[in-house]
Design a protein around this ligand. Structure first.
Ligand code: C5P
Length: 227
């Protein structure tokens, strides 16, 4: 069973994806962490994240490992180094959306993501990102697209910022979020979009439990259809 959740930043995808994965015993796939890992390496090596040739070289030479922790989180290792908070800074966040617009980078990351869908040792996958229902797992049995008011998404993102970045005000967080969503929605390749068969959920007024409950109903239905 493959469950996909796409949507803009701050719509609540990660929290809900992890909750669903824990409830169903599925593996959680945070695809944004892969783009962030590549962006982190670009910044760490002084590579311009907008230059296609340089980024192609970098992505060909990167050793990217996905690690699932016992508490159900997903972390990435770049060239043997485990990255956690480093890939969540505002600088890496901005660079991630820049590298995500490059076709070669998306091509490099595609098989890594799709491999999870073919693993027979997994009961299921809950994957969150921007193009999962449309491009990476078009065959997914249960697809969701989250949306939420921009002000609420900025508030959630600001609350999640590491203490070291809290000085970044709510207004600035909102500007950065708007710029990133705009880039994600308007890029030529795999733009942020709802799949035609996705269930759209506006999470602005909903609690995590509300969203999880709605999704579980849909997933149960889809699973019953397959039996
Ligand atoms: O989801 P997260 O905020 O960690 O994603 C960081 C960036 O990675 C996004 O702004 C987007 O540009 C890119 N991304 C993507 N496709 C995905 C997941 C993330 O383009 N499936």
């Amino acid at each position: 069973m493959i469950v996909t959740i796409d949507g803009p930043a701050g719509a609540g995808k990660s929290t809900v994806a992890r909750a669903i994965a824990a409830k169903l015993g599925y593996i959680y796939l945070d695809t944004g962490a892969l783009y962030r890992a590549i962006a982190w390496k670009a910044l760490a090596t002084g590579t311009d994240p907008t230059v296609p040739a340089a980024m192609k070289r970098l992505s060909r030479n990167i050793r990217l490992q996905i690690v699932h922790t016992p508490d159900g989180a997903m972390e990435v290792e770049v060239d043997g180094r485990r990255l956690t908070g480093e890939i969540r800074t505002p600088e890496v966040t901005r660079a991630a959306a820049q590298v995500a617009a490059l076709p070669d980078i998306r091509e490099e990351l595609r098989p890594i993501q799709q491999a999870f869908g073919r693993r027979s040792d997994l009961a299921g996958v809950v994957a969150e990102g921007r193009d999962l229902g449309t491009k990476i797992f078009p065959e997914a049995q249960a697809k969701f697209f989250f949306q939420a008011d921009a002000a609420e998404r900025a508030r959630r993102r600001h609350a999640e910022l590491p203490v070291s970045d809290k000085a970044l005000g709510l207004e600035e967080t909102r500007r950065a979020l708007d710029a990133r969503d705009d880039r994600d929605q308007t890029r030529e390749i795999a733009p942020l979009a709802a799949a035609k068969d996705a269930v759209v959920i506006d999470t602005t007024q909903l609690s995590v439990d509300d969203v999880v409950e709605r999704m579980l109903r849909v997933i149960e239905h889809k699973a019953a259809d397959r039996r």
